[in-house]
Design a protein around this ligand. Structure first.
Ligand code: ZN
Length: 445
């Protein structure tokens, strides 16, 4: 009878033996970045590896997702190990795609390398004989919430129902057979104090696409005949800023609008001005409260200038809740790699992820691990330490799967027994669908 520790050792040795190909996967994806719902080549790379490992898989899930399953010898829970396929748009990044500006400035290439490394370790050692339950290797699309108009068009054309990958996969039922899900996000010493760690929670959000419609006129000759949409937008930004003192500290509200179109020509009174914003907060109620204040600010600005404002509200991600029992397993396993001092508890995170949506339904773990250099979403970001960035996540994912499914999956069953979902899948879908709203408010009537 193999002990848990000897199984883990075998798998880590198998991963070490494939170090070169795991690093090559991470680096080659770094050099072929693709934006969300367009990750065709990255998905091909994933499929090629699954084929080499003899793992059956489904593909084309939420457009580009790929899901393989490794079945244990006995029945038990299904643990999904996840890696995100998509890049960001950072055109100034030295390894950005010349045509699209896409760049792996958030380390998702390392997630795929880690996921496939874990798949190599778990499939090549024959240790499934000792597991009760299944391991799903899930390459998931479109985590970054970007190109909002492109994705809204996908929704309008019926290609998707939501704007990010895990939301779409939940709606498609692709997590119905998954009991818990684990992924590891890269970080760097430049942004994270501890090399390895996790926040208990992070913010959720919704997004708004805003268009002020005024009236064009000659800016020098007849400005009095125009309605200046840029002035309305400026008033709206001031009114949103005036709300900030009403946001409670404990709700961690972050509203960060940008102007995406400021006018057409300098000698014409701006007739169309566009903004985008996220409204983020720690709880769903705080998001709704802050979003209501943003709407009021937009309406007020439209009334002041006598123009129209169109507000398209789109569901973002729900707040992340990291499962504390999975977190403890992560801490113990990473201690084997980075030493006990490597791990740090992080505070509540201001950012957001669609792993948050999933964490409302099943136990989820979304920690960070070092290996990167530079800052996320910036031109200097890359995986500098290949062992920490690519190999350590592969080993940690594989070791956690063994912990959860070895010995009759007693740990996996314990995680499930103690977990309380925040909402059901149907409630989740209703809540997110209820956020979609298009409003046209006439401040001039
Ligand atoms: Zn990311």
């Amino acid at each position: 009878m193999s002990t848990r520790e000897s199984l883990k050792r075998q798998v880590c040795e198998a991963i070490d033996a494939r170090r070169e190909s795991i690093v090559e996967i991470g680096e080659s994806i770094m050099d072929a970045p693709e934006l969300g719902f367009k990750e065709q080549r990255t998905a091909e790379r994933v499929k090629q590896t699954f084929e080499e490992l003899g793992l059956p898989f489904d593909d084309g899930l939420a457009i580009t997702g790929v899901k393989a399953v490794l079945r244990g010898a006995k029945p038990g829970p299904t643990v999904a190990l996840m890696g995100e396929l998509d890049a960001l748009q950072v055109p100034g990044h030295p390894r950005a795609c010349r045509e699209t500006g896409a760049a792996h400035a958030c380390g998702h290439n390392a997630q795929i390398a880690g996921l496939l490394g874990a798949a190599m370790g778990l499939t090549q050692t024959g240790i499934v004989e000792h597991l009760a339950g299944n391991v799903v290797f899930f390459a998931v699309p479109a985590e970054e919430y970007v190109e909002i108009n492109y994705r809204l068009d996908l929704v309008k054309q019926g290609h998707t129902s939501f704007l990010t990958g895990k939301q779409e996969l939940i709606q498609l039922g692709q997590f119905d057979d998954v009991d818990m899900a684990i992924m590891i996000h890269s970080t760097s010493p430049d942004v994270s104090e501890g090399s390895v760690g996790l926040s208990p929670s992070s913010n959720g959000f919704l997004a708004k696409n805003i268009r002020f419609r005024g009236k064009a006129s000659h800016a020098g000759g007849f400005p009095e005949r125009g309605v200046n949409a840029l002035n309305a937008a400026q008033l709206a930004l001031s009114a949103i800023n005036a709300q900030r003192e009403t946001f409670r500290d404990e709700d961690c509200v972050r509203v960060h609008p940008i102007i995406t179109k400021g006018g057409d020509l300098v000698n014409i009174v701006p007739a169309e001005v566009c903004l985008e914003t996220y409204v983020r907060a720690k709880t769903a109620d705080a998001i709704i409260d802050a979003a209501g204040k943003v709407d009021r600010a937009l309406h007020g600005a439209a009334i002041a200038m006598g123009c129209r404002v169109e507000i398209e509200t789109v569901p973002g991600n729900l707040p992340l809740r990291n499962d504390s029992r999975l977190a403890e397993l992560f801490r113990l396993n990473t201690g084997e790699i980075f030493g006990e001092d490597g791990y740090r508890d992080h505070p509540h995170g201001g950012g957001s992820t669609d792993a948050g949506d999933l964490s409302q339904l099943i136990p989820v773990l979304h920690p960070v691990m070092t290996g990167g250099s530079g800052a996320h979403h910036q031109t200097d970001w890359h995986i500098a330490d290949h062992d920490a960035g690519y190999i350590a996540p592969a080993k940690t994912l594989a070791m956690m799967a063994i912990d959860l499914l070895h010995n009759g999956a007693n740990k996996g069953h314990e995680v499930l027994a103690k977990f309380v979902p925040a909402i059901t899948k149907d409630e989740y879908l209703d809540r997110q669908n209820s956020i979609f709203r298009t409003e046209s408010f006439d401040g001039g009537s």
